[in-house]
Design a protein around this ligand. Structure first.
Ligand SMILES: Nc1ncnc2c1ncn2[C@@H]1O[C@H](COP(=O)(O)OP(=O)(O)OP(=O)(O)O)[C@@H](O)[C@H]1O
Length: 142
């Protein structure tokens, strides 16, 4: 999958060169951004896990009728998690483009990017617990 996307990217860049940068419209930019998001969902298992977690959190938000401020926090947390995973995917692809060989610097780059996602995921779980535990206690234990 990654190889095919890399091939597509090379073909795209070659075509772009012949069309000229000016022909790259705002619509093209949005399309590229969406194809990046779809690429990440197709190639990254973690991204699909984030999506599943986001769906569970959103359904729980409706179930417990959380407040507007809590919705804003959750939306922000979901968006940042997915955005970080997208950056992580971009770094992984950039590293793979630079070297197909095992290299300690390539490992460090990928591990650090993954670490950034992990840190925010841990914070997200904490935020989720702070928001939902009082609702769970009120609904099921009182
Ligand atoms: N070129 C490389 N040289 C050395 N180690 C590498 C290299 N490529 C990947 N690794 C190691 O393998 C791990 C997994 O890399 P991979 O590119 O498969 O990402 P991934 O499975 O999508 O990772 P993640 O789940 O962390 O997003 C990296 O975190 C790194 O430790």
């Amino acid at each position: 999958m990654k190889k095919k996307c890399l091939q597509n990217k090379r073909v795209f860049l070659m075509n772009l060169g012949s069309r000229g940068k000016k022909d790259y419209t705002l619509f093209d930019a949005f399309r590229s951004a969406f194809s990046g998001i779809i690429f990440s969902f197709k190639t990254e298992r973690n991204m699909r896990i984030h999506l599943l977690a986001a769906i569970i959190v959103i359904v729980s938000g409706f179930f417990f009728s959380i407040t507007n401020v809590e919705w804003m926090v959750l939306i922000l947390v979901i968006a940042i998690t997915i955005a970080l995973e997208l950056v992580n995917t971009a770094i992984e692809n950039a590293v793979d483009l630079i070297t197909a060989q095992e290299h300690p610097v390539a490992k460090a780059a990928k591990d650090i990017a993954a670490g950034a996602v992990l840190i925010f995921c841990i914070a997200s779980v904490g935020i989720g617990l702070i928001i939902f535990i009082p609702y769970i206690i009120e609904r099921f234990f009182m």
